[in-house]
Write a protein that binds this ligand. Sequence first.
Ligand code: MTE
Ligand code: HPA
Ligand code: MOS
Length: 753
Amino acid sequence: MKTMKNIDSFTHVRGESLFVDDLMLRQDTLFGLVFDSPKAHGKIKSVDYSKAEALEGVIKIFTYKDVLGENQIGGIIPDEPLWAEDEVHFWGQPIAFIVAKSEAIAKKARALITIDIEELPVITTAKEAKEKGSFINAPRSFNLGNTQNAFTECEYVFEGETFSNGQEHLYLETQGCYAVPQENGNIKITSSTQGPTAVQKTAAKVLGIPMHKIEVDVIRLGGGFGGKEDQATPWAVMAAVAVQHLNRPVKYMLNRHDDLRMTGKRHPYSSFYKIGLTKDFKIKAFEAEFLQNSGAAADLSPAIAERTLFHATNSYFVPNVNTTVYSCKTNLPPNTAFRGFGGPQGMFVIESAIADAADKIGINKRLIQEANLLAENDEFSYGQIATEVQAQNSWFSAKEQYQLEQLEHEVADFNNKNDHYKKGISLMPIAFGISFTNTPMNHARALVHIYQDGSVGVSTGAVEMGQSVNTKMLQVAQSVLGISPDKVKLETTNTTRVANTSPSAASSTADLNGKATEMACNSLVERLTEVAADMLSTKKENISFKEDAVFVNDKKSELTWEALITEAMLRRVALSENAHYATPIIHFDKTKEKGHPFAYHVYGTAITTVTVDCIRGNYEIDSVKIVHDFGKSMNMGIDLGQVEGALAQGIGWMTMEEISYNNEGRLLSNALSTYKVPDIFSAPKTVETIPLKTEGNQMAIKKSKAVGEPPLMYGIGAYFAIQQAVKAFNPNYKLKFHAPFTPEKVLMGLYEK
Ligand code: MTE
Ligand code: HPA
Ligand code: MOS
């Protein structure tokens, strides 16, 4: 199928695409660098900046004392200072901001700062935090039916524990910004952020000035993956504070080490489950307690914890559910959004519970999965009724189209013939809710200009971070206006053109901003139809726009798009339009923990096959065979790219990416030599993706369903496939649910007695 290429591909491959670090700098530009805490918890007794300040080329070192507004950057809960005041709560917490004539000078200056910290006890794990009663906020619980009664009626009841580790975003472009003073105390900030409004709002608050004095511009991101939803903000605000005092431009790009050390990651979770099944393997009751390792401040943790509850039963119907999540306060950098936003952590737990149950009953895991897939009108634990459900459809299509029984047979056959290599196979169904779980965030705006030569400029709140949302926005505008793609340009994301945006996140960017773009273009079409009908002496109903021309009764007229725009201009017709879209229907009542939070769900099923080297503990992912619910994809090339990228990221999280902090809260996996992400050798040997045939969903842009996050969770299948292979080699292996399943853990499992 031929689809439009990502509109950035031309400049990307030529190295011409602009990122923050490519910006032309004003001649008087200064360079910032954070001085951060060398301890994870303690009281700051004193800091000596004198040697650093005396260094030639150092302009000023900023601390909380230089904040004219509030020294506060917490988005959901105001619990995070921009710069530490009397205490530090994590290793890497910003304490000061050195501004110098060059990066090299700033770095030299940083080494000259000395600090005296009286150390306090450090908590690094969620379990320890819970024992000590250290929490970010109150726990949340979702309830459906009555689990206590239901367990008494179950044939099988199993309990267990799981752990899933954090994950480093590793966006290719590190965090960074460039803040430039304008006249009258106004500041323009170019930031690598998913949330331009978050940067604007927080900068205004910290600087103590109105939001209209701050303009945030985003060209594109070299990846965000959630890591720049909230955590692009502090650096931009620090640079803005410096601009406010110095009236000179300030640039700050974090180097990789600083970025790894100072920013939060995916949340590690320690969880406990209890699962009850009937004799025909129906899951009758499920309880889970999730301990989220939130880090030292709230950041987005409460929202992420909430999404864990929303996805705790994945794509299964469970009539009795009781799930609770604790956001545990520890002395790690505040953990943050990461593709899936707590959903993957929730799904790993129920998949573990099912694997445990299957192992103890002595059946194939997939029999339990298959017996419990969601059906039309089933109720989620949060009260939403499932409609247009594709759980069974995707599962059975995957089984059939990829000939699962044949695959299973091949695995068994291979295992019979081989002593030192074993294969494992698993199925992983997904159901992921689309919308910000926080209903008020589900809105967006678009501003569309038709210039008098007929070319079009589109501004939206969407941030391009590699997911190709700009290409999708262009497709929307171009198709509604009936003009060729080269007539449309996507502008940067700018708070002055499109205000009060939600971050580009929750996989909802294309839906929200696309619908707004569609509405704006429809209004323009309406106005232009009137002009065209008059020019061609026909009724408005007969007019349509296609192929850069006006059509009358579906026949191409003489009137070109350009000529129409020229005439509309002469007639003084407004050629610009601003539109606002807010997702209809959705609502959620937090006092009852019930509602209809999602516009729709995305479904799919992946079959993963792996081979484990039973002498070394290494493994390869042989293949991942997916049936995915794209709705009616508006750009299959882009959407397949999202599936494959998310899958690789999910497999990395489950198998090899191992974040490690020592007991003092210092990040040990602080470089790419100690933190391994999937490379070409550890990526699946083959990935096949078959689109599920469905009608799509009205709430999705052009019925093309959101695709950014859901496929990450296919990666969970790799964990269970490896587990199967280990079990095939060593029948004594006791299933453990401790991700990532690194080769070291595999090796221990293979030879466990
Ligand atoms: N794809 C690329 N190439 N780069 C990214 O940073 N972020 C992911 C996903 N795909 C990301 C990506 C995340 S976390 C989300 S929420 C969605 O894209 C955001 O974009 P969307 O809402 O347009 O899907
Ligand atoms: N998903 C992603 N990001 C978010 C959400 C969400 O549901 N809520 C707030 N930020
Ligand atoms: Mo994505 S984690 O919602 O930025």
